[in-house]
Structures are given as structure tokens and as C-alpha cells.
Design a protein around this ligand. Structure first.
Ligand code: KIV
Length: 275
């Protein structure tokens, strides 16, 4: 963990995030899908790790997030949870694991906490999810909301669109954020929201907003780790900043390995057991 964080809380929880917002301290969130990466990100001081349903595309190679199942998500959560000590760990509820009924939603959210080892869940949707969020929170399941571009609704919207451009969208986003706060959500992801609207929402609620493609005025930021480290090359949204180019490093390393195997340079005496 960086030295500047040496006086920081040993463990982040939902209350810590609200305190960070009050203190004006920005919240750093990344996704994670496996044990070694989660351990590295946790050591680096990332405040929250989200086992995102983006795993559908960046781990499983599906064209969008719709196909990923509860069982696939739970396995990833289990691996990630073994690597995390400090960050708040959040599991992302996959498409149709919470929409059919409150009962199904609560059973599946419970699986995330009981089997997956996460401390909170995230679900997509605004005003229409408020009743469910209230019930989940009442039952002891912390919930993070997610409004703006909601990738599980890609077929409804006919693509991935920036949200908050029309008066109707702005009103829906603002009302959704306020209602979700009222229902007990501990934070809200704002994805691909016009920065001015994201700022307005962030100012009007006490729980933190976590932006992705929503400008600088959110209370925190989240990126898909595979985008942030330059591992996923299929597409790169405008809002991504690459802090490393791992795809190139891995490709180069694998190429050199192939050359060494084929030329007989690997293994050498130092990588072989003595008789
Ligand atoms: O699935 C995911 O990774 C997400 C984040 C991008 C917020 O929902």
C-alpha cells in the first residue's frame, strides 16, 4: 500500500465510503476477477473491488454481459475474495438474477454473500429497482446502484448510449439516485453519464457516486481492470486510461518462450534437476 495511506482504515466498509465522501476524498474502484490480480490491487490500496459482470466479455469472451450466469459469477467472487483484505468487495448481479422477482433477487444476492464471500452486491436500474433495494438492505444485504448506461439493457436501448442528454433522461437519473439513496443504497455507479448531470447527482445525494465515463466530479471512479492494464484488446471505450500495456508484454514473453523452446534454449541447466 502507498505510504500516504499508512493511517488509513484497515478495512473499508460501506460506512467508510460515506465518510470518504464527507471528507472530500475520492474513492478508487477497480474490477477484479481472479485471486492474484485481486491481491495486487488490494495491496496497491484500491478502496473497492467489484467482481463485475464485465467478466462476461473480458474473462469469458462473450460479446456482451447478458450470458454470464450466477454460477460463473460466484466462482469468480470466491477466487477474488481469497485475495482481498482491505478493499470493500462487491459482487455484480448478472442479467435476470434479480429482475424476475424479489424472492429470486434476494436468494441470488444471498448466494453472493454466503457462497461468493463478497460484502455487498451491485445491480443495474433506477426507480424501478427502489423497492427491491429497500428490501435487500432491510435483510442485511448492502446494495450499490448502477444508472446511466446499463449494459444489461443493451438490447432495449439499441446499443451503448451516453445518458443524460435529454430532459427526460436527466430527470429520471436524478430521481433514481435520490430514491436509491432513500432506499438505503450505499453508493451508485454512474456509467456514461453527461458530466454536468453526474456532478448534479453527486451534489444532491450524501452517498458516493462512482463514475465511469461520467466526468471528474463523481465521488470516485471505477474502471474495468483489464482495460486499465491494457490486457483486453477487443474494444477500448473513450473513458479508459491505460496505465500499462500488458497485452504486449504477455505476447512478447510468449513469443520469446516459443522461440526458446523451438531452438532448444529452454530449459537450460539452471531450470533442470540434477540426477
Ligand atoms: O461490470 C462491470 O465491470 C461494471 C463496472 C464497469 C461498473 O458494472
Amino acid at each position: 500500500m502507498p505510504d500516504s495511506y499508512s493511517n488509513e482504515p484497515k478495512k473499508i466498509n460501506v460506512k467508510t465510503l460515506r465518510k470518504f465522501k464527507k471528507e472530500g476524498r475520492k474513492i478508487a474502484v477497480l474490477t477484479a476477477y481472479d485471486f492474484p490480480t485481486a491481491k495486487l490491487l488490494d495491496n496497491a490500496g484500491v478502496d473497492c473491488l467489484l467482481v463485475g459482470d464485465s467478466a462476461a466479455t473480458v474473462v469469458y469472451g462473450y460479446p456482451n454481459t447478458l450470458p454470464i450466469t450466477m454460477d460463473q459469477m460466484i466462482l469468480l467472487c470466491q477466487a477474488v475474495s481469497r485475495g482481498v483484505k482491505r478493499a470493500l468487495l462487491i459482487g455484480d448481479m448478472p442479467f435476470l438474477s434479480y429482475q424476475p422477482s424479489e424472492e429470486i433477487a434476494i436468494i441470488n444476492a444471498g448466494r453472493f454473500l454466503k457462497e461468493g464471500g463478497v460484502e455487498a452486491v451491485k445491480l443495474e436500474g433506477g426507480l424501478e429497482m427502489v423497492g427491491l433495494i429497500r428490501k435487500m438492505v432491510d435483510f442485511g444485504i448492502p446494495v450499490m446502484g448502477h444508472i446511466g448506461l446499463t449494459p444489461q439493457s443493451v438490447n432495449k436501448f439499441g446499443g451503448y448510449k451516453i445518458m443524460g442528454k435529454t430532459d427526460r433522461q436527466r430527470e429520471y437519473l436524478l430521481k433514481s439516485a435520490e430514491a436509491m439513496e432513500g432506499a438505503g443504497a450505499f453508493a451508485i455507479v454512474l456509467e456514461s453519464v453527461v458530466p454536468e448531470v453526474a456532478r448534479k447527482i453527486s451534489e444532491s445525494i450524501k452517498i458516493p457516486t462512482i463514475g465511469i465515463g461520467a466526468g471528474t466530479d463523481c465521488d470516485g471512479q471505477v474502471l474495468v481492470v483489464s482495460d486499465m492494464i491494457g490486457l483486453f484488446e477487443e474494444f477500448r471505450p473513450k473513458f479508459v486510461r491505460q496505465y500499462a500495456q500488458l497485452a504486449k508484454i504477455i505476447r512478447d514473453a510468449a513469443g520469446r518462450y516459443c522461440d526458446d523452446v523451438r531452438s532448444g534454449k529452454f530449459p537450460g541447466p539452471e531450470e533442470s534437476y540434477e540426477g
